[in-house]
Write a protein that binds this ligand. Structure first.
Ligand code: GAR
Length: 218
């Protein structure tokens, strides 16, 4: 599928593919969101659903960090929130098994890792094969893993960004769905740069979910 680009001059960013070229799924997607932090991407997905940009429903939020602010956002949007604290499990596979049980209980068919800071294992990946989506704050395949924004600054690159991709067993390596480029400005700190990257994350995550659903139909 060849899709056009969109240039957003006001935000100094370049997004590919353009969201206007991605059809909204015909039947509502049943999403389960996994998040560990502030939940601004959770909010972006919820808002896109509300304004009709994404035909979906968030069935459940799973969070692993008891103090994560995302839980307040879930309450605001009337989304059930389930705490699965990784510290309560002896290994990653045990946590993933519990996540699967929870996602199945809420009839989830697409899993959105929106700031989920845990490595997932083949146990979860195989249970939702091709239906797990992750957002990462760099232009993959550059700067995989933790502290991606700091890695980009330290490397001295002039352009970084964010990527939405399908999850595969190798960390931050699955099929790329959508990317947005963000220039690194001379005065940037990790915080100022991450703030600008997040504006683009919120822009590309909802259409990337729609794109994944469309590709899945083919
Ligand atoms: C986002 O910037 C996301 O790209 C990043 O965590 C942040 C969560 O923000 N994810 C990763 O670094 C995963 N490797 P949010 O809680 O405000 O959505």
């Amino acid at each position: 599928m060849t899709l056009p680009l969109a240039i957003d001059e006001s935000a100094y960013s370049l997004v590919s593919p353009s969201s206007s070229s991605i059809p909204n799924p015909e039947t509502p997607l049943k999403l389960g969101v996994l998040a560990s932090g502030s939940g601004s991407n959770f909010e972006a997905v919820a808002a896109a659903i509300k304004n009709g940009q994404l035909n979906a429903q968030i069935q459940v939020l799973i969070y692993n960090n008891p103090s994560a602010k995302v839980v307040e956002r879930a309450a605001k949007w009337n989304v059930p929130a389930v705490l699965l604290n990784h510290r309560d499990f002896s290994n990653r596979e045990e946590l993933d098994l519990q996540i699967i049980q929870c996602l199945q209980h809420y009839s989830v068919d697409w899993v959105i890792m929106a700031g989920w800071m845990r490595i997932v294992t083949p146990v979860l990946i195989n249970a939702f094969l091709g239906k797990i989506i992750n957002i990462h704050p760099s232009l993959l395949p550059s700067f995989k893993g933790v502290k991606a924004v700091e890695q980009a600054i330290d490397a001295g690159v002039k352009i970084t960004g964010c990527t939405v991709h399908l999850v595969s067993p190798e960390v931050d390596s699955g099929t790329i769905l959508c990317q947005a480029a963000v220039p690194i400005l001379p005065y940037d700190t990790a915080e100022t740069l991450h703030d600008r990257i997040q504006i683009q994350e919120h822009r590309i995550l909802p259409p990337a979910i729609a794109l994944a659903a469309n590709l899945n139909l083919k």
